[in-house]
Ligand binder design. Structure first.
Ligand code: BTN
Length: 326
């Protein structure tokens, strides 16, 4: 895969100038001279920054000023500051509101560099697995999608869902939170679901165009719909207050390290985490086969991330994730 180390964009430079002269007005002309760009271009970047949630005031004759408080800490500017990765999260598209970050990522994937992330403060049509909805109210959670373009065989692609799960629990662990993975891709805390992964792929029979890994995390939710009340929770409900920016930086770093290893065919660290942090190994589970549910014991996760189970009649079977659609 290609790894580009991106330098600061013009928009980021505009932001730097504004934040360096916090509160004080700086004229469009000064900014345009400092950066060697036109006034119109300064104006365009300022408008984009406003859309990202920055509180920038414009006054004729005076210029622009960044007001004391940044309205949220989820902007690309904030996330990319001190971000310790080479490509994951180095290109970010942020939306105050969008239908679904996965759907949008699918639309821009072909022309976007690997590692591009689409983040939204709110989703109006958040998608869960198997056609379910993912409730995505503003500022309650983290909703984002990662674009990947690995040159790998299609059979290996489903492992990326597992890898995302491992990176999620590692990021949580770095923040002192002991989350578990309910195979294949639910993240569990104190027995309740706090996050989910939806992986979608566009491919031909022998070639992957792109993979979109969508992640939704319940951060500050207080209430859940009746049908999921018993099974779902948020980090806040479980006693943790997590900043979206801090978490993303932690996650991007973990994901990138694991993804690099994966591309070199080394899955050991991820498998280690999947087994150590499994919420199902050794437990009684049900394997859903069409309309039937069959009781089984979860034995282990094999070296490709598939689940080995034993049914009550002694028959053993490997269960695959099989979630590759778009
Ligand atoms: C699940 O059903 O457990 C998976 C939920 C995945 C939700 C995330 S939120 C960001 C991304 N965009 C979507 O529309 N869905 C995923």
């Amino acid at each position: 895969s290609n790894i580009d180390i991106k330098s600061k964009s013009t928009k980021e430079r505009v932001m730097d100038i504004l934040s360096n002269s916090q509160e004080k007005y700086i004229s469009g002309e000064d900014i345009s001279e400092k950066l060697g760009i036109s006034r119109a271009s300064v104006w365009k970047h300022i408008n984009n920054l406003k859309k990202e949630g920055f509180d920038i005031e414009s006054r004729s004759g005076m210029g622009y000023a960044l007001k004391g408080k940044i309205s949220n800490n989820l902007t690309p500017y904030e996330i990319k500051k001190n971000l310790n990765t080479e490509f994951i999260g180095q290109n970010i598209e942020y939306f105050e509101t969008i239908d679904s970050t996965n759907m949008y990522a699918g639309k821009i994937a072909n022309k976007s560099p690997e590692g591009t992330v689409v983040i939204a403060n709110e989703q109006t049509k958040g998608k869960g697995r198997t056609g379910r909805r993912w409730i995505s109210k503003e500022e309650e959670g983290l909703y984002f999608s990662l674009i990947l373009k690995p040159e790998i065989a299609i059979v290996k692609a489903s492992f990326l869902t597992q890898l995302a799960g491992a990176a999620l629990v590692s990021a949580f662990e770095n923040m002192g939170i002991d989350a578990k993975i309910k195979w294949p891709n639910d993240i569990i805390l104190n027995g309740k679901k706090i996050a989910g992964v939806l992986t979608e792929m566009s491919a031909e029979i022998d070639r992957i165009f792109y993979i979109v890994i969508g992640i939704g995390i319940n951060l500050y939710n207080e209430n859940f719909d009746d049908e999921i009340k018993e099974k779902a929770s948020s980090l806040l409900k479980e006693g943790y207050k997590v900043s979206r920016k801090d978490f993303l930086q932690e996650f991007f770093k973990e994901f990138e390290a694991m993804y690099r290893e994966f591309l070199c065919d080394n899955r050991n660290e991820v498998l280690d985490i999947l087994r150590k942090k499994s919420a199902v190994i050794g437990k009684e589970i049900y394997v859903i086969d069409g309309k039937k549910r069959k009781k089984a014991k979860a034995l282990n996760i094999d070296s490709y991330g598939n689940l080995e189970v034993r049914f009550e009649d002694g028959e053993e079977k490997t269960v695959f994730t099989g979630e590759i659609s778009i």
